[in-house]
Write a protein that binds this ligand. Structure first.
Ligand code: FMN
Length: 209
């Protein structure tokens, strides 16, 4: 199985990166392949440019997006790691989705006419964090909002199965070490639950002599 780990955070010591590292270690321990897309480290340009807007001719795809799509072409699981800023993913991640998961990769022309999802059979999973506690996030409607606006829209447009969305609440610079350990355990557990180990291969019997 191949995972694209999409990390959106400007700081190297961020909590977001700790969860991403934990996920990478856990899936690699299963023998899975990982491709890391560290958007700030890549200095990804989140702006959808005028020539990229889809039109009757299909729209132009810039070279950097063609390269990005080629890197992602055989990915099974898109794993997103980001902090929630003003109730939604950071602008950098929003722009990544708009440019990379657009026409020709996330969705596109289908045989029966019109457009349809192009990533059916693949999946996505999200790990996020907030300064506010999860209880407040749920009560304020923020939890439903981010899942509707980001997860549901992206998964339905592209045909991705949204496997899970784990949010870590109450994340700040003074976070107690015990809570950090708990979060690390939670990411490991999520990987175990989402991607159970394949059954051991049936042992071959020696042919009868
Ligand atoms: C620009 C900005 C907007 C934020 N908006 C929210 C918000 O809407 N709700 C919330 O609970 N926390 C908000 N926060 C707090 C972050 O979610 C929190 O600092 C982050 O998840 C901590 O993880 P990190 O170390 O990976 O940055 C915001 C922080 C910043 C910088």
């Amino acid at each position: 199985m191949k995972h694209a780990v999409v990390i959106c955070h400007p700081r190297m010591q961020a909590f977001t990166r700790l969860t991403a590292r934990t996920y990478i270690e856990a899936v690699q321990a299963r023998g899975d392949e990982v491709v890391v897309r560290d958007l700030y480290a890549m200095d990804f340009d989140p702006r959808l440019h005028a020539d990229e807007l889809p039109d009757a001719a299909g729209g132009h795809v810039r070279t950097e997006i063609l390269i990005e799509r080629a890197i992602l072409k055989d990915v099974d699981v898109f794993a997103f790691f980001y902090p929630i800023w003003f109730g939604s993913p950071p602008a950098m991640l929003k722009g990544y989705v708009e440019r990379v998961f657009g026409v020709g990769f996330g969705y596109g022309a289908i045989k029966s006419g019109g457009t349809g999802p192009l990533l059916s059979g693949r999946s996505m999973v999200s790990f996020t964090s907030t300064g506010s506690e999860n209880l407040w996030l749920v009560d304020s409607g923020g939890w439903d909002a981010v899942r509707k606006v980001f997860n549901e829209r992206l998964s339905s447009a592209c045909g991705l199965q949204s496997l899970d969305h784990v949010n870590f609440g109450g994340v700040d610079a003074d976070m107690a070490p015990a809570r950090i350990d708990e979060a690390v355990q939670q990411v490991r557990q999520a990987v175990t639950d989402l991607f159970p180990a394949p059954p051991p291969r049936a042992r071959r019997r020696a042919p009868a002599s």
